[in-house]
Design a protein around this ligand. Structure first.
Ligand code: DLL
Length: 428
């Protein structure tokens, strides 16, 4: 069963033809914006059409800084044709603003509906959207997709944990949209209220908007009694609905009729080898108001070469393994926070939250890893906790090649966030 059988099962060759045609249209359209008019002229690209998909490499890259500096100069149409804007949740500096025409909004909703339908959401499902409504794309982006699909949509928004649980009970929620770190935090509220999420009507969850590990997914699936699907997107490419897991739960299909994907070496910017991890670079293929060429996401992932057993020719990427700007250099060693999560969550004693703090003592980098340990293990004797602390430090050293100072703390004592989790505090 497909949401859009023609597009979802288009033979590979036809899909590439469609991409080329849309790429040509997009370059033409982008050239109408003051920003790209200048950029394309500088790069010596005129109206002459690109001959093949590989020709995308002749186009200039676009970065977040470009978008910030250009602002409304990115637009290919008058502001009167724009019906909505969102801004990305950048933690540093000025937010990046994304503008949508009416058609852009409709096309985006269709991609989200397609993604949800692929995993098995149907009219009759009760969809509780627990992501921030507002400038963040997670709330409204999913909202319109879910309505288009025909699910009963509860615009719950982020936070307010008690209320979220009440809504699930009252309306028999079957599908959740939730930030993965928040899904784990919420378990404490369930426990306090004596409610077992497995006994509600939940059957599925969409988790995304922040990096997470397979261990994290498994924990969510077990605790909630659901299938949890990884959902990837970024404001610059609409928001959610760029890449999504199918029922195979093995890699995320990039909707290639709407986005042209490249995986590049983040240093040389040359294409990464087959199956090699690199930076994801996207070109929008259907956006009207604000097309973006070769956007450098800073997200690191790899492309799966094999076709998916689900039959969709849209190629899959791995889960996001980190961001180029996320990488920590500790004592000269490169570390991604996600590696730390993988080690910690492999231990059953470890609870929902952890925080990595970096300090400098006597000119040396010191890495502190604060880990919440489940209540029941705090009742064990001190020796048990000391052994756990030592085991975690060893496991981290084996993975990272740096020995951290591990500190075990009680559940719900580390700072928590209703939005994307903040895992690293670099105080050097
Ligand atoms: O987070 C869009 C979104 C909303 C995706 C809801 C999925 C669900 P931004 O706020 O612009 O947009 O942040 C985009 O978040 O470049 C990644 O670094 C990260 N990210 C998003 N989804 C995932 C994911 C939304 N599934 C940035 N796994 C991206 C890992 C993710 N990282």
């Amino acid at each position: 069963m497909y949401w859009d059988a023609t597009i979802e099962t288009l033979p590979d060759e036809r899909l590439r033809e469609l991409q080329l045609q849309r790429l040509q249209d997009t370059v033409r359209r982008a050239g109408q914006s003051p920003f790209y008019r200048q950029r394309l002229a500088q790069a010596g690209i005129n109206a002459e059409p690109l001959q093949s998909l590989e020709d995308v490499r002749r186009l200039p890259f676009t970065t977040k800084d470009d978008l910030r500096a250009a602002g409304p100069d990115m637009l290919t149409c008058p502001l009167t044709e724009i019906v909505r804007l969102h801004a990305s949740s950048g933690t540093t500096g000025q937010a990046t603003v994304i503008y949508y025409t009416r058609r852009d909004i409709a096309a985006w909703a269709d991609l989200v509906a397609r993604s949800m339908f692929m995993t098995g959401v149907r009219p009759g499902d009760v969809f509780q959207n627990m992501m921030g409504y507002g400038l963040f794309t997670g709330g409204l982006g999913f909202h319109y997709g879910a309505e288009l699909l025909g699910a009963l949509t509860i615009p719950a928004g982020a936070g307010n944990s008690l209320r979220q649980i009440q809504l699930m009970q009252q309306f028999g929620t079957t599908v959740l949209h939730i930030i993965p770190s928040y899904a784990l935090y919420l378990l404490a509220t369930f426990a306090q209220g004596g409610v077992d999420p497995r006994e509600l009507h939940l059957r599925m969850a969409f988790i995304g908007a922040e990096p997470h590990t397979e261990e994290m997914r498994r924990r969510i699936e077990e605790a909630y009694g659901v299938k949890a699907y990884n959902s990837y997107g970024l404001s610059e490419m609409n928001g959610p609905g760029v890449a999504f897991e199918c029922p195979e739960q093995n890699g995320l299909h990039v909707w290639e009729d709407a986005f042209l994907l490249e995986v590049v070496d983040p240093v040389t910017l040359e294409p990464a080898g087959p199956g090699e991890t690199g930076e994801l670079v996207f070109t929008s293929l259907t956006r009207q108001g604000m097309p973006i060429l070769r956007y450098r996401t800073r997200d690191l992932a790899s492309l799966y070469p094999e076709p998916c057993p689900c039959g969709r020719p849209h190629r899959r990427i791995s889960r996001i393994q980190g961001r180029t700007d996320d990488m920590l250099v500790v004592k000269g060693v490169n570390i991604f926070p996600i590696q730390i999560e993988r080690v910690l969550l492999a231990r059953p004693e470890v609870d929902a939250n952890y925080l990595v703090e970096l300090t400098r003592e006597n000119y040396n980098d010191v890495m502190h890893v604060k880990v919440e340990v489940k209540e029941e293990f705090f009742q064990e004797d001190l020796r048990y906790l000391q052994r756990l602390q030592k085991r975690l430090a060893e496991a981290l050293r084996n993975e990272l090649l740096v020995t951290p100072k591990v500190e075990l703390v009680e559940p719900n004592t580390l700072p928590r966030s209703e939005g994307k989790a903040v895992r690293v505090a670099d105080k050097r």
